[in-house]
Design a binder for this molecule. Structure first.
Ligand SMILES: Cc1ncc(COP(=O)(O)O)c(C=O)c1O
Length: 402
């Protein structure tokens, strides 16, 4: 085959690191090993029964055709109400576009806003897909780092220092994957003020907004000012809140003119999200919400277990997660040493030795812009979290594998 037949865009694309680690873990498991996975990015719960039933009914009722491109009127209305309730900013159905997952909603948002060479500020640690999606849309990712000291909330001063005359927008993600932290309301307000001062746009990925623990509160940047309201695309979806990752339903809430542009882009790409999934989405948004509260209560218990057990391992320091379902332990004290006879120089080496010797799967921090850390999801039952952390400790402190 001739060289370079694939587009430059594809050749420069980094494959998803989370999926790569999942694949390795699944392979080990398929070979009969007892693998404990901390690498998944989805709730370990089944989609609630009443949502499943709504989808079955939609099949029986003949929801078999195309729907309006941006979603059925009933779904868009339900999303507008959910966005209004959750963010505190008013949304109408005309400001909503439903898509096949929040990931695609973010991609369409970037496509709608970015011209070639325009810069997008991405606070690190970040979700792995943001920089790649920015590049695919012709933009340039500009990474701004945050630290554990500031609970991984990027400082407005650091953001401002990264702004140039080519900066178009900032991507915010609170609660965050991978940090498991929630931005304080005050920081969101200051960032909102900065957006207005420097005339920037914002994509606010709020996919984990229901998973917030303790007395941490959720502040949406769209509520900071009239300017922010008019220049923010808020992203959310059913995947995490209702344990519906496989159903593929996400959405944006944006000023109507931007929603219209995203609707147009979608009309020339995927068209509407699956009709059956839309029926399930309506049931999720309009039905009882105790299923969400039950999940949150369970994640809340687990965050203490994982936090306490990780901090009990020599060389591992972990902040208490305040949102989402991720812990991001700092493991840099282990770099330069040897674990079970294997030299560990970076988070990638550590994840490999954890998987190979202790059969526990975690994701290296490098692709999240967090090279001193590894990401451990606690969307796995409490018993497995305990057993996984025990194995981690035995491996690091005594060199004992399984
Ligand atoms: C921060 C963040 N945004 C968006 C998504 C995408 O969600 P969806 O399944 O709706 O595409 C994920 C999924 O892992 C995520 O972690």
């Amino acid at each position: 085959m001739e060289e370079g037949y694939l587009s430059l865009r594809v050749r420069e694309l980094a494959p998803s690191a989370t999926q790569a680690m999942n694949m390795r873990a699944k392979k080990l498991k398929a070979e009969g090993n007892d693998v404990i996975s901390f690498s998944v990015g989805e709730p370990d719960f089944k989609t609630p029964k009443h949502i499943q039933e709504a989808a079955k009914k939609a099949i029986d009722d003949g929801w078999h055709a195309y729907t309006p491109n941006a979603g059925t009127p009933e779904l868009r209305q339900a999303i507008a109400e959910a966005l209004t309730r959750d963010t505190g900013a008013e949304y109408t159905a005309a400001q909503v576009v439903a898509s096949t997952g929040a990931k695609f909603s973010i991609y369409l948002s970037l496509l709608a806003l970015l011209n070639k060479g325009e810069e997008v500020i991405i606070p690190a640690p970040y979700w792995v897909s943001y920089p790649e999606m920015v590049r695919l849309c012709g933009g340039k990712p500009v990474v701004v780092h945050s630290s554990e000291k500031e609970a991984f909330a990027v400082s407005p001063a650091a953001l401002e220092a990264a702004i140039t005359d080519r900066t178009k927008l900032v991507i915010l993600n609170s609660p965050s994957n991978p940090t498991g932290q929630v931005y304080p309301a005050r920081t969101i307000e200051k960032i909102g003020d900065l957006l207005e001062k420097r005339k920037l746009w914002c994509i606010s990925d709020e996919i984990y907004n229901h998973f917030i623990f303790g007395d941490h509160g959720h502040k949406s940047v769209a509520t900071v000012s009239e300017y922010c309201r008019e220049h923010t695309i808020t992203v959310n979806g059913c995947s995490k809140t209702y344990a519906m990752t496989g159903w593929r339903l996400g959405w944006i809430g944006a000023p109507a003119r931007v929603a219209k542009a995203i609707d147009d882009l979608q009309s020339q790409t995927t068209s509407n999200p699956a009709a059956i999934t839309q029926a399930a989405g309506i049931a999720a948004l309009k039905g009882p919400q105790d299923c969400v509260l039950e999940m949150v209560a369970e994640f809340d218990k687990r965050r203490f277990i994982i936090h306490d057990m990780l901090n009990d391992i020599d060389g591992v320091v972990c902040s208490m997660p305040s949102g989402a379902f991720y812990a991001l332990p700092n493991v840099s004290a282990l770099f330069g040493g040897t674990i079970a006879g294997v030299k560990v120089e970076c988070s990638n080496d550590l994840c490999n030795v954890l998987l190979d010797k202790a059969h526990i799967a975690a994701v290296p921090g490098e692709p999240f812009g967090a090279p001193n850390h590894i990401r451990m999801s606690f969307a796995t039952d409490a018993g497995s979290i305990e057993e996984g952390c025990r194995r981690f400790k035995n491996l690091v402190e005594k060199g004992e594998g399984v």
